[in-house]
Design a protein around this ligand. Structure first.
Ligand SMILES: Nc1ncnc2c1ncn2[C@@H]1O[C@H](COP(=O)(O)OP(=O)(O)OP(=O)(O)O)[C@@H](O)[C@H]1O
Ligand SMILES: [Mg+2]
Length: 323
């Protein structure tokens, strides 16, 4: 048995852009470009990068909620990109997703009990009425919601509680892997820590594996074992959290992380302000896509896309002139 639960190989997702009267293809967005990475069982891989760099597209493609254009997704040793609809249904029980906006992802006309029972219904789990009730109460307990939540509607809860309902719904089918797509970004700062801690406790208790997408680098550092950085559809660096926060190799990672204030004023790093805008993913720059904004760029960077380099077993990056 491999120690990896998920292995993504050369994954690409291209969105064609149609235009004109005839709806012909006038261009394309390469939202995810040859992305490869692995996640070990029980591990959290954080995924960061500016808005529009392809984090959500990558997360959804892994579950095939968006159909990948090419590449392989190997879950528990099996290439699920080849799976038919029945096989996919079975594997979806093992892979779940939690979204950013807990309100939009809950049906306002359903009680929490019905919301949590629905995935069990779909997957034929706990079909006996007494078993089902027991499982519903267990789920509420796992996400620290009171028993009477079962008969309430989403609007009767706060944002943090609603996200707990979404977490319970994901847990209802006993998944092994969860894509958490900015699960705390829409919540008050005071509530964010509670939900992050809940996710970490659940991971420990249930042996869950997470892909944790976030904007907040502090949150990512706290929850992740390893962190991957995306820029314009490409994964530019991946390393253990401590390697990345202390010693990033890619100038983009360095710039991104220089914006985090340090606890220790003596170790306050100077903030790197990137020049220029994020280029359009429809028309990315030649060579390394980051070169027009990079202070270390040379002629090579304009010409060729860098191959993957390793500085340790756990630290890989794509850069011609690493730091
Ligand atoms: N259905 C679609 N059709 C066309 N383009 C799309 C579609 N979905 C996403 N894109 C484009 O793909 C790129 C990546 O989008 P994505 O939502 O994955 O980024 P993201 O990193 O999750 O951003 P954010 O941090 O804002 O959530 C963007 O340029 C976006 O406009
Ligand atoms: Mg997103």
């Amino acid at each position: 048995m491999s120690e990896y639960l998920l292995e993504v190989k050369d994954l690409c997702k291209r969105f064609p852009i149609k235009g004109g009267l005839l709806g012909r293809e006038v261009g394309a967005v390469n939202a995810v470009n040859n992305v490869s990475f692995k996640i070990k069982k029980g591990e959290t891989l954080g995924l960061v990068g500016e808005s529009g760099c392809g984090k959500t597209t990558l997360g959804r493609s892994i579950l095939r909620l968006i159909e990948p254009s090419s590449g392989q997704i190997i879950f528990d040793g099996k290439d699920i990109t080849q799976f038919n609809a029945d096989e996919m249904r079975a594997i979806r029980r093992r892979m779940q997703i939690i979204f950013q906006d807990p309100y939009a992802s809950l049906n306002p006309r359903m009680t929490v009990g019905d919301i949590l029972a629905e995935p069990m219904e779909i997957h034929g789990l706990h079909t006996n009425k007494a078993d089902r009730q027991k499982r519903l109460l267990q789920l509420l307990d796992q996400v620290q919601l009171p028993k009477d939540a079962l008969n309430k509607y989403p609007h009767e809860f706060s944002g943090g509680q609603r996200q707990r309902v979404c977490i319970a719904r994901a847990l209802a089918v006993e998944p092994e892997f969860i894509v958490c797509d900015e699960p705390v970004s829409a919540l008050d700062v005071s509530v964010q820590a509670q939900v992050v801690n809940l996710l970490m406790d659940l991971q420990k208790d249930l042996g869950l594996t997470y892909l944790f997408i976030a904007h907040d680098l502090k949150v990512v550092e706290y929850i992740s074992n390893r962190v991957a950085v995306m820029y314009l559809g490409n994964m530019v660096e991946v390393a253990e959290s401590h390697e990345l926060y202390g010693g990033s190799k890619h100038p983009y990672t360095k710039a991104l992380f220089s914006a985090i204030p340090s606890h220790d004023p003596k170790h306050q790093q100077s903030r790197i302000i990137l020049e220029g805008d994020i280029p359009s993913p429809m028309n990315p720059p030649t060579g390394c896509h980051f070169h027009p904004r990079c202070w270390k760029a040379t002629e090579d960077c304009k010409k060729s896309y860098p191959i993957v380099t390793s500085s340790s077993e756990t630290h890989q990056f794509r850069c011609h002139n690493p730091l």
